[in-house]
Design a protein around this ligand. Structure first.
Ligand SMILES: [Zn+2]
Length: 388
């Protein structure tokens, strides 16, 4: 019996893309396949398989494999059999021998080298995913995919409507006849698409989905995999650039206070400039951080430890030297946000996860930090003044 299942991603994932109204998928499984010819006249068994794959880095050639399937609908025999690659060529008609078995005993013969019968009433699935509103996938256009012999989705069609939405339709096993006519060998799906993006027009015509590229290795001709991207803004204002420069002497150690423990972290201030060469430049102040005595856990006492990342501090804090304090607070906020996402909070009764310094040592460290901070602020102020 056909079986319908639906998933509402907006409910399931918790985090919702702003402005997105709908994000659902439906799947109709165990639907009878439309293989009228096979049903009327029976399947047409042929030898199918893979050929040895040369490994680029060595002389090794993987073994080839042979099994039996219907040439029209692609349904494999069960058990599929394991024929000698040196005797059976891919694509030739297969006539005998057959494993004579009933449905109940098929699994017993799963490892048989002789193929079993081909299912007379195979089923497949039809699926769709619909997003109304922003999908995070830019551009307007369509893309059609014809799968390969190993594809889960045999045929697929994608429609992109920019921030209005996105629609994906696919089949599982349905359409295998077409796949076997158009793309019978190998494990490369083929895509054909036309998409208009903010950068320009992009197209692919029967292009290899995974290995096809416009440049470098696997490069395909322009008519097969090409784009017209005028990059008008690049020409007028210069390409977009991002440069990060370490602020000299702005590396300090601070304590990040979490409910269960204190964590010593090394902080490094960077001035980040981004924008186009002849356009508006924006400056941000990023602080890269790394823990000194073990990562900060985010999913449990010993799970999901974060050993470092970066936060963006305010310009005021960067210029007046208070940035280490702001960075430490932002790190604590980031780590807390992660814990909220993973629904974990430290148990107050538990022993601290990281054994921190004794009170006296801690006080010493704190006063050292205070001095260091004043010195940093003074150095930074002097340097910025001398820049002007
Ligand atoms: Zn068939």
């Amino acid at each position: 019996m056909p079986h319908l299942s639906t998933v509402n991603y907006r409910d399931r994932d918790g985090r919702r893309t702003p402005g997105q109204l709908v994000n659902v998928s439906v799947s109709l499984q165990r639907t009878p396949r439309l293989i009228a010819w096979c049903r009327l006249f029976g399947h047409r068994p042929v030898v199918d398989g893979t050929d040895p794959t040369p490994m680029s880095s060595s002389g090794y050639r993987g073994p080839g494999h042979r099994w039996v399937c219907c040439d029209r609908c692609g349904v494999r025999s069960a058990p599929q059999g394991s024929l000698d690659p040196t005797v059976y060529a891919i694509g030739v008609r297969y006539r005998a021998p057959w494993l004579i078995t009933s449905d109940q005993t098929r699994e017993t013969y799963a490892g048989s080298t002789v193929p079993g019968p081909i299912d007379a009433a195979p089923t497949g699935a039809l699926g769709a995913q619909l997003i109304v509103g922003p999908s995070g996938l830019s551009g307007v256009g369509w893309e059609a995919k014809v799968g390969n012999a190993g594809s889960e989705h045999t045929l697929a069609l994608t429609l992109r409507l920019g921030w209005l939405g996105w629609l994906y339709l696919h089949t599982e096993r349905h359409g295998t006849w077409l796949q076997r006519r158009l793309n019978p060998t190998g494990y490369q799906s083929r895509v054909t698409e036309v998409t208009v993006t903010a950068r320009g027009l992009r197209w692919r015509l029967w292009s290899k989905r995974d290995d096809g590229t416009r440049f470098g290795l696997g490069r395909e001709p322009w008519w097969r995999n090409g784009a017209i991207e005028p990059r008008l803004l690049d020409r007028v204002l210069g390409p977009r650039r991002r440069t990060a420069v370490d602020v000299p002497d702005a590396t300090v150690t601070r304590i990040v206070r979490m409910p269960e423990a204190d964590y010593a972290v090394r902080l490094k201030l960077q001035r980040v400039t981004s924008g186009r060469l002849r356009g508006r430049q924006t400056t941000t102040w990023d602080v890269g951080w790394s823990t000194i005595n073990g990562g900060i856990p985010t999913q449990g006492p010993d799970r999901g430890r974060v050993f470092g990342s970066s936060v963006t501090v305010s310009q005021t804090a960067a210029l007046n030297g208070t940035w280490p304090a702001e960075a430490a607070a932002l790190i604590a906020a980031d780590m807390t946000a992660d814990r909220v996402r993973y629904s974990w909070q430290p148990d107050d009764n538990r022993r601290p996860i990281v054994v921190t310094l004794s009170t006296a040592a801690n006080e010493k460290l704190r006063s050292a930090f205070a001095n260091e901070m004043l010195r940093d602020a003074e150095a930074l102020r002097r340097r910025l003044n001398s820049d002007d």
